[in-house]
Design a protein around this ligand. Structure first.
Ligand SMILES: [Zn+2]
Length: 197
């Protein structure tokens, strides 16, 4: 069993909950266990993210079907599959925070000139423009996952779903957490600068 990965993921999810970024059972989180065949350890739907335990996590395949564990996979698991297919991600975090929801109502962000951008993988200078696209939200996950596949470029670190939340990822659980912290920090800075909050 993947006990260490499950413990680390559950611990991160609880930490994210207590930052206020995953309220009301919202959000979902995963780590890639293997790429071929694709096996993803993921939080099931409807779970309180503040109390999630490693034993609550389920393993799904590339169709989003649960193959191990008791919970029900979220429909959004298909978006995780799309991201793993299109990137070298090993972990994905999807959060519903106040600042990422506010920015998701816009047309997409260009974050530039901030030292904190250097926390994003491959970014070595504040003199960088990070584009965070906004996709229309949908409950039709096959069509939304096709859109996700279309929008992700090699340099993409994250995207927003309108009125919904943020997806970001990394080549380790630590990198995904770091990207989340950097983006939430910059979303709040930009939001306050623009008088959004
Ligand atoms: Zn969501």
């Amino acid at each position: 069993m993947h006990t260490v990965a499950a413990e680390e993921l559950a611990s991160l999810v609880r930490w994210i909950y207590f930052r206020g970024w995953s309220p009301g059972t919202g959000g979902n989180y995963s780590v890639l266990l293997s790429r071929d065949p694709m096996r993803i350890l993921v939080t099931p739907s409807g779970l309180d993210k503040g109390t999630v335990q490693s034993t609550d996590l389920i393993t799904v395949d590339q169709t989003g079907r649960a193959i191990e564990g008791d919970g029900k996979p979220s429909a959004e698991t298909l978006l995780h599959v799309a991201i793993y297919d299109k990137t070298d991600a090993k972990a994905i975090v999807h959060t519903h925070s106040i600042w990422n929801t506010l920015h998701s109502l816009g047309t997409g962000l260009e974050l530039k000139g901030y030292e904190m951008l250097k926390g994003l993988a491959g970014v070595t200078s504040h003199d960088h423009t990070e584009v965070v696209p906004v996709l229309e939200n949908s409950q039709d996950m096959p069509s939304l996952s096709a859109e996700v596949r279309g929008v992700i470029k090699p340099e993409t670190h994250a995207f927003l779903l309108r009125g919904h939340g943020l997806y970001t990822w990394g080549d380790s659980l630590f990198a995904a957490k770091r990207h989340l912290e950097v983006l939430e920090f910059l979303f709040e800075v930009e939001g306050r600068r623009l008088g959004m909050g």
